[in-house]
Design a protein around this ligand. Sequence first.
Ligand code: NAD
Length: 269
Amino acid sequence: MGHGIAHAAIAGGYETRMYDVADAAVKKGRAAIEAIAKKGVELGTVTTADAEAMLKRLTATSDLGEALADTDFVIEAAPEKIDLKLALMGEIDRLAPAHAIVATNTSALSITEMAGATRTPSRVAGMHFFNPVHRMRLIEIVRALESSPDTLQAIDEVSRQMGKDTVVVRESPGFITTRVNASIGNEAFYMLMEGVATPRDIDKALKLGLNHPMGPFELGDLVGLDTRLRILEYLHRSMGEKYRPCPLLVQYVKAGRLGRKVGRGVYEY
Ligand SMILES: NC(=O)c1ccc[n+]([C@@H]2O[C@H](COP(=O)([O-])OP(=O)(O)OC[C@H]3O[C@@H](n4cnc5c(N)ncnc54)[C@H](O)[C@@H]3O)[C@@H](O)[C@H]2O)c1
């Protein structure tokens, strides 16, 4: 996600510093950004000159102090582990200018808790991108307990400058998209378990009848059924019975049918 976000930032005209912990990861991130730019030129969505100018706006570094010096806006996209994020927030608080907005791309962790690791929680909020960032237009702006209106406004402006559209959501499990998507996927599994229809017909019905670009099983296999199960367990823990994972989904995961990444999920690949 980090390289996708850095790409969106340079494409939006921002001088951008991309940070990762190790030099190898920094190199990998830069190569991924160059590949997106190259593809854009091949497809004719950007000119060669624009792609070159865009890449000049990117500095990649494994030095956090260098990355954060004089910055106005920080987007955190480190691994989804709360201890790691809390430590990183403390470092950002220490090394970035006091006025800088601090946005986090977390999918599910508490942004209020992360904001609490800084001295000015009002400048922290969620900025939830979608994968792959260069193709997905939405950003969910997530208001934590103490996020200020100015912080939300700044995130909205940056999102639009990156060519994205936004929705604002109060911090709550799964925000909008993850909560609805997990529910649809779970319901599809209940229908399969009850023998209501075949997976192909359930997918077809949602695609042709409801205009979803992918069926719930196609999408579940792509995301990973283990990931899907973890999200549902989290929603179930935090919001109750409505989100109890379907027993058939639990069985698929136990059987190692995790989706495309292992060659079999609901479908065989
Ligand atoms: N993958 C998705 O589809 C998706 C979508 C939306 C949001 N997110 C969120 O984005 C964040 C990153 O997810 P990802 O899938 O890109 O993870 P990832 O594991 O692919 O990448 C995380 C990167 O962070 C680096 N890193 C490790 N420790 C770090 C530290 N202390 N400081 C800075 N960087 C560090 C790693 O080297 C790695 O390059 C998570 O919070 C995740 O929930 C992911």
